[in-house]
Design a protein around this ligand. Structure first.
Ligand SMILES: [Zn+2]
Length: 551
C-alpha cells in the first residue's frame, strides 16, 4: 500500500476546481476504515481507509492515517475487512426506456414458453379487448424455441400482442397485431427489415429491424404520461444502486428522458449519475439551441449523438463479412446507409458533439471507422473520443484504425456468460475476435463495460464472470484468448467507463478530489474463485458521500 501523507495524496490528484479544494479543506464527514479498498489508481492501488468530505474523496491511506483526520462530527464506518471498489459505470444501457417498460409492460425474462403464455394471458384478462398487450425482456435464446404467432393467438385472441426481444431489434406479434398493422401474407419486406416466415412460408410472428417493426410499435406505443420519465429514472436508479452501479450512459436518450432525469434529480430521487446520449429524433432541436456534449452537472449530462450502423448480435442482425453459421449466405442487416450515416455524424461532429455509433459486425465497424476517419480528415477535432457502441466483431486492422482515429470500443460485458445459447451462430473461431477485451486492452483502447439493459441484466458480477472466464452458463468456453484479469475487468467497469464520457478526472477511481461513489461488497472478488463471482453482492453503495443502498 502506498503510505502517503494527506498532502501527498492531494498532490497526486489532478484538476481540482476552487470549490472542490474548499470542500477538501474541511473536516471529513465520514471515514470508512478497516476495509480493503481497490482504488483503481495506478499510483496507490490499495488502501485500508477512505476519508470523505463534501461528497468527494478527501484522502486514502492506512486506518491510522485516516482515523487521525477525524473530528467530533466525523461518522466512522467499520467495514469489517470488506472489499471496497469504485462505483461501477454501465457505459451503455437503456435505463429510461426500460424503466418506463417496467412501469407498464409484462416482464418476460422467463425460460418456459408456458410461463410466458400464462403471463400474457393474465395481462390480457385485465386489458379491455382490442387494446394492446405489451411484453418485454423476452429472449428467444433462453426458451426451447422462439415464441410464435400461434402461441400468442392462443392466449390473447382478442388483443393485439407485441412482445419485444430484449436485444431491442426484433419483436414477436400475433394475428390481430398483423391485422392492425396491415401486414398480410403478401406484404413485402421493407428495406432493412424482415417479416419472418415459417417453413411453409407463412408469417410466424417474428419481425426484424426498425423499418419493419416500426409500424407495430407506432400502433402499440404506450404514450408516457407526465411524470413517467421521472419515475423511470428513479426506479432504475434504485435497481442499479442495488447492484453497485453508480453511473450509467443512457444510450438512447431524448429531450423527454433528459427532462425526466433532471426532474428526478430535483426531486432528490436520482441515485445514479446519467450521461444521456441523444438520438436523431431530438438532435436537431438540441443542436439548434446551442447544446452539445458535456452540458449538465455531475448528475445529468448531455452525452453523444447516437446513431446506428447495423443490427444486433443476440438477434443475428449484425452486419458481418462472413455468413452466420447455418443461415446460408445471410450476413446481417445494414440499418443506415453509409452516406446517410456520414451526413448525420458530420452534423454532430461540427456542432461539438461526441458521436456514438452502434456497430456490431466487422463490416459495420469498418464503415463507422471510415466515417470517423473522414470527419477527422475534413474537420479535425482534438480528442473527439468517438464511440463505437458494442464494437463486437473485430480484427487487427480495425483495432489499428481505432487507435489512430481515437475511437473507444464500448463492448458488451456479460455477453459470453449470458448469451451462450446463441453463440453457435457465430462459432468458436469467430468468438476469438468478439467482445475482444484482451485485444482492446492490449492496444491501449481502454474499453469500458456495459449491459445494454434490457439486452442483458445490469449485474456487474455477471460482467466480471464473463470477461475473466469467457465461459457460458453451460460451462462452455468461448474465445479464451480474450480473457482478462479481475483487476482489468474492474478498471473497465469503473475508470474506463468514466473516460468514455470525458469524466475520468472526476469519477471512476477512488482518488482525492473525485466523487465519493463506491461500493462495499459482501465478498472479495480478488479472493473468490471466478466461478463464484455470481454469488457476490453489493452490501452498501455510496454516491456523493451518502449511503444510497444498504442491502
Ligand atoms: Zn443499446
Amino acid at each position: 500500500m502506498a503510505s502517503l501523507s494527506r498532502r501527498g495524496f492531494l498532490s497526486t490528484s489532478i484538476g481540482f476546481s476552487a470549490s472542490v479544494l474548499a470542500a477538501l479543506r474541511s473536516e471529513p464527514d465520514a471515514i470508512l476504515h478497516n476495509a480493503k479498498v481497490w482504488t483503481g489508481s495506478a499510483s496507490f492501488p490499495e488502501a485500508q481507509a477512505i476519508a470523505v468530505s463534501g461528497g468527494r474523496i478527501l484522502a486514502l491511506g492506512t486506518n491510522a492515517e485516516m482515523l487521525a483526520l477525524a473530528s467530533s462530527g466525523t461518522k466512522k464506518y467499520d467495514c469489517a475487512g470488506k472489499r471496497i471498489t469504485p462505483g461501477f459505470y454501465d457505459a451503455h444501457s437503456h435505463p429510461i426506456a426500460s424503466g418506463i417498460q417496467h412501469l407498464h409492460e409484462v416482464a418476460l425474462d422467463k425460460t418456459s414458453i408456458d410461463a410466458i403464455k400464462d403471463a400474457i394471458r393474465e395481462r390480457a384478462q385485465q386489458t379491455p379487448p382490442g387494446e394492446w398487450v405489451l411484453g418485454f425482456l423476452y429472449d428467444d435464446g433462453k426458451t426451447p424455441r422462439p415464441i410464435t404467432r400461434t402461441d400468442l393467438d392462443e392466449v390473447a385472441p382478442n388483443h393485439p400482442v407485441l412482445v419485444g426481444h430484449r436485444g431491442g431489434h426484433t419483436i414477436f406479434v400475433n394475428s390481430l397485431a398483423y391485422q392492425k398493422a396491415g401486414v398480410t401474407e403478401d406484404t413485402a419486406n421493407p428495406p432493412g427489415g424482415q417479416f419472418f416466415r415459417d417453413s411453409s412460408g407463412k408469417l410466424n410472428g417474428r419481425v426484424g429491424e426498425a423499418s419493419a417493426t416500426v409500424r407495430f410499435q407506432q400502433l402499440a406505443k404506450y404514450t408516457p404520461q407526465p411524470g413517467d420519465f421521472r419515475k423511470a429514472a428513479a426506479l432504475m436508479s434504485k435497481m442499479m444502486l442495488s447492484k453497485g452501479v453508480t453511473s450509467a450512459c443512457e444510450a438512447d436518450g431524448s429531450t423527454d428522458s433528459l427532462a425526466g432525469c433532471q426532474d428526478a434529480r430535483d426531486a432528490g430521487e436520482l441515485g445514479v449519475r446519467f450521461y444521456m446520449h441523444i438520438g436523431r429524433a431530438d438532435f436537431d432541436k438540441m443542436a439548434a439551441a446551442g447544446v452539445h456534449t458535456g452540458l449538465g452537472d455531475d448528475w445529468v449530462r448531455v452525452g453523444a449523438l447516437k446513431l446506428y450502423a447495423d443490427g444486433s448480435i443476440s438477434e443475428r442482425t449484425a452486419l458481418m463479412s462472413q455468413p452466420y453459421i447455418g443461415a446460408g449466405d445471410y450476413r446481417g442487416i445494414e440499418v443506415t446507409p453509409r452516406d446517410e450515416l456520414y451526413q448525420q455524424a458530420r452534423k454532430g461532429h461540427l456542432a461539438g458533439w461526441q458521436i456514438g455509433i452502434h456497430a456490431n459486425g466487422d463490416v459495420a465497424i469498418d464503415r463507422v471507422l471510415g466515417i470517423f476517419e473522414q470527419l477527422q480528415a475534413e474537420s479535425p477535432r482534438r480528442d473527439p473520443r468517438f464511440r463505437i457502441e458494442h464494437c463486437t466483431l473485430i480484427n487487427a486492422g480495425l483495432i489499428e484504425r481505432m487507435k489512430r482515429v481515437g475511437a473507444i470500443p464500448i463492448p458488451f460485458a456479460g455477453y459470453v456468460r449470458f448469451h451462450g445459447s446463441i453463440l453457435h451462430f457465430y462459432g468458436p473461431e469467430r468468438l476469438q475476435h468478439m467482445f475482444a477485451m484482451r485485444d482492446f486492452i492490449d492496444a491501449g483502447l481502454r474499453p469500458p463495460s456495459s449491459s445494454d439493459y434490457t439486452a442483458s441484466p445490469i449485474e456487474p458480477m455477471l460482467w466480471l464472470t464473463s470477461q475473466v472466464t469467457r465461459t457460458d452458463d453451460k460451462g462452455q468456453v468461448w474465445g479464451a484468448n480474450q480473457r482478462i484479469t479481475v483487476q482489468e475487468a474492474l478498471q473497465c467497469a469503473t475508470l474506463n467507463g468514466a473516460r468514455s464520457t470525458f469524466d475520468e478526472g472526476n469519477r471512476g477511481s477512488l482518488e482525492p478530489g473525485k466523487l465519493a461513489d463506491l461500493v462495499v461488497w459482501d465478498k472479495d472478488m480478488m479472493k473468490v474463485e471466478p466461478a463464484q463471482f455470481m454469488g457476490i453482492r453489493a452490501e452498501r453503495t455510496m454516491v456523493g458521500g451518502k449511503w444510497v443502498y444498504e442491502g
